[in-house]
Design a protein around this ligand. Structure first.
Ligand code: CP
Ligand code: NVA
Length: 311
C-alpha cells in the first residue's frame, strides 16, 4: 500500500514507488479532487517549511494551499534570504530546521544536495524539483492523463525537447504504468544514462516501453499525449542563439500535432516560453490539457502530504 510506504517518509523521487503504488496514489488523488479533503486535517499544529533555491509559481503556491487545506502552517523560505547565501551548509540548515518544523519541501540544484539534506533532517523531506527530477510534477501529470484517457496501458506519450528533470520523472512514471514514452531530443540533450537504464528495467517489469530518438516527428507519430518543457531549465540558461537553434525542430505546433492521434492531448508543466517550445495556438487550443495539469499539482500534493503525514 502506497500510504504505508509514504507515511513519515521522504519523497525524493519516483524511484522507490512501484506501478501499483502509483496507481493507488492516483486513485486517492482523484478521489480527493472529486470529493474534497472532507475533514482530513493531518497537519493541524504542524509547520512545513518550503525552502526554494530556485524560482517557482505553481509548486510553491500549490504546496502552500495544500498545507493550509490540511490544517498546517506553511513557512516559505528563499535560499537568497537564508544563511545558506553566506555559506551555511544545506546539512546544517536541515538539522536546524528539523528542530522547528515538521516537514521540508525543497527545490534545489543537484539531487545529491537534496539527498544529503534528507539524510540529516529528522522530518520528512519532499522534492519540489532538482536538476535531476521533478516527481511532484509527474504525479500531477499522471493524474491528468488518467482523467483524460481513462487508463494508461497502450498509451504513447511523446516528450519533445531537453532530456531534463521533467523528462526523467516522466520516464520513470510512464514506464511503471505500462505506457510507451518516446523521448525526442537534439543530439547531446538526451536524458541521463542511469535514468534510461532504470526506465528500461521498469519497462521489462511493467510492460512499458522507452524509445529514444532525435526525430520529433517519429516520436509524435500516433502519440496519445504530446508533452514538452522549456528548452533551458533553471540554472542552465541558453548561452547563444545556436543553443536555441538546436531545438528549433522540436517546437510543439499545429503542423507537428498532425502526426499525433486525432484525440491526442498536449501537456506542458509550465512556465511556457510561448513561441519557443510551444506555440500560442497549441497551448491555447482545444487539445491543450495544460491548465488542468497545472491545477492537478494541488490535488496530487494534497494526496501526497495526506499520506506522508497521516496519523
Ligand atoms: N511546473 C512547475 O514546477 O512550475 P513552477 O516552477 O512555477 O513551480
Ligand atoms: N525543466 C524546468 C522545469 C520547471 C518547472 C526547469 O528545471 O527549469
Amino acid at each position: 500500500m502506497v500510504k504505508h510506504k509514504l507515511k513519515n517518509s521522504d519523497f525524493l523521487s519516483l524511484k522507490h514507488l512501484d506501478g501499483d503504488d502509483l496507481r493507488d496514489f492516483l486513485e486517492v488523488a482523484h478521489r480527493i479532487k472529486k470529493e474534497g479533503t472532507k475533514g482530513m486535517r493531518p497537519l493541524v499544529n504542524k509547520a512545513i517549511a518550503l525552502l526554494f533555491e530556485k524560482p517557482s509559481t505553481r509548486t510553491r503556491v500549490s504546496f502552500e494551499v495544500a498545507i493550509l487545506r490540511l490544517g498546517g502552517d506553511p513557512i516559505v523560505l528563499s535560499g537568497e534570504e537564508l544563511q545558506i547565501k553566506r555559506g551555511e551548509t544545506i546539512e546544517d540548515t536541515g538539522r536546524v530546521l528539523s528542530r522547528y518544523v515538521d516537514g521540508l519541501v525543497v527545490r534545489t540544484f543537484a539531487q545529491q544536495r537534496l539527498e544529503v539534506l534528507a539524510q540529516v533532517a529528522t522530518v520528512p523531506v519532499i522534492n519540489a524539483l532538482t536538476d535531476e527530477c521533478h516527481p511532484c510534477q509527474a504525479l500531477a501529470d499522471m493524474l491528468t492523463i488518467m482523467e483524460y484517457k481513462g487508463s494508461f496501458e497502450g498509451l504513447k506519450l511523446a516528450y519533445l525537447g531537453d532530456g531534463n528533470n521533467v523528462c526523467h520523472s516522466l520516464m520513470r512514471a510512464c514506464t511503471k504504468l505500462g505506457m510507451e514514452i518516446a523521448v525526442a531530443t537534439p543530439p547531446g540533450k538526451e536524458p541521463m544514462e542511469k535514468i534510461i537504464e532504470e526506465s528500461r528495467e521498469n519497462s521489462q517489469v511493467y510492460g512499458g516501453k522507452l524509445v529514444l530518438l532525435n526525430d520529433p516527428l517519429e516520436a509524435v507519430q500516433d502519440a496519445d499525449v504530446v508533452y514538452t518543457d522549456v528548452w533551458f531549465s533553471m540554472g542552465k540558461e541558453a548561452e547563444s542563439e545556436d543553443d536555441t537553434q538546436l531545438f528549433a525542430h522540436f517546437q510543439v505546433n499545429s503542423e507537428l500535432l498532425r502526426y499525433a492521434k486525432p484525440d491526442a492531448i498536449v501537456m506542458h508543466d509550465l512556465p511556457a516560453h510561448r513561441g519557443k517550445e510551444i506555440t500560442d495556438e497549441v497551448i491555447d487550443g482545444s487539445r491543450s490539457a495544460v491548465w488542468d495539469q497545472a491545477e492537478n499539482r494541488l490535488h496530487a500534493q494534497i494526496a501526497l502530504l495526506g499520506m506522508i503525514f497521516s496519523g
